[in-house]
Design a protein. Structure first.
Length: 293
């Protein structure tokens, strides 16, 4: 950098920051290695989550009110369905039907004329140290609860994992807090509300942030970004394999069995057995909440 030039901001998403915090070796494999090391087979629970998100994005963001019917939802679920990660065709078809019922139950009382402020909307903001961005499942614009007569935004995230969620999950989510800050910056509206819409139980886990809680999440994100930027700077200088292992060490935990790179990480395999691709379908909490669709 030339003298007097501003410091380059580290660009990151919540997923990127959390990957670095959880396991630096996985971060290296995901974001730095070229070519990327081969990943394991796809996960069935990720297939379910991805398809459900696609259908809900179409329902709220692309379809006119006339298409927002149960028959259209069923047809879209069937045409979008994929069998990646399932044990066999029968399990795939069973989960197609279960997932379809789950989506129909969630949408049963939806107003077909309701138009969210954003669907799969990218939001972003910058601090003195980082440029943070992410894509939000849905941003609702609702009447302000302060009686002002104006409107406010609410961040909505769909979840399809088996574990029921709580307000603590919503309030502690780094991603959701950063989405609040990004939505404020991009859409210029008040925003404090975050909601996890858990489709398997058709429940909503909601929380409201204040400036103090948002500040804590921002500080946490900036600290992660600083550490990741320093590690990437070392990588850019050129590292021997031994130096790379030292700079990006594995952090073994029971979650290693769910890692996409478990088969090439001996430390992870020693910590936890590799799971079958369909194992996450019925377990209460197979993977971290931030990663569970």
């Amino acid at each position: 950098m030339l003298p007097g030039m501003p410091k380059r901001l580290f660009v990151a998403t919540p997923t990127k920051l959390l990957t670095f915090a959880d396991c630096k070796r996985k971060y290296r494999y995901t974001y730095l290695e070229t070519p990327r090391p081969p990943k394991g087979p796809p996960w069935a629970h990720n297939t379910v989550g991805a398809i459900v998100h696609e259908v809900l994005a179409d329902f709220f963001g692309r379809w006119p009110a006339s298409r927002r019917t149960p028959d259209e939802v069923v047809a879209k679920m069937r045409s979008s369905w994929r069998s990646e990660g399932f044990r066999d065709e029968q399990q795939s078809l069973d989960w197609r039907d279960r997932s379809t019922e789950m989506v129909l139950g969630y949408l049963r009382d939806s107003d077909p004329y309701y138009e969210p402020r954003g669907v799969e909307r990218t939001v972003a903001f910058t601090t003195e140290r980082a440029s943070l961005r992410g894509r939000v499942d849905r941003i609702d614009e609702r009447p302000a609860r302060d009686g002002s007569g104006g409107t406010e935004l609410a961040i909505v995230d769909y979840k399809t994992g088996r574990r029921p969620l709580t307000a603590v999950d919503a309030r502690s989510s780094l991603a959701m807090a950063l989405y609040v800050l990004g939505a404020r910056r991009v859409l210029h509206k008040p925003c404090t509300r975050v909601e996890l819409h858990h489709l398997p139980t058709n429940t909503v886990a909601a929380a409201d942030h204040d400036e103090a809680s948002l500040g804590r999440h921002q500080k946490r994100a900036e600290s992660m970004a600083d550490d990741a930027a320093a590690a990437e700077a070392k990588w850019a200088e050129g590292l021997t394999p031994a130096e790379a292992d030292e700079a990006f060490p594995p952090e073994p935990s029971p979650l290693c069995g769910w890692c996409d790179f478990a088969k090439i990480c001996p430390q992870g395999r020693r910590e936890a057995p590799t799971r079958d691709p369909w194992a996450g379908l019925d377990e209460p909490s197979p993977i971290p909440l931030e990663e569970a669709g």
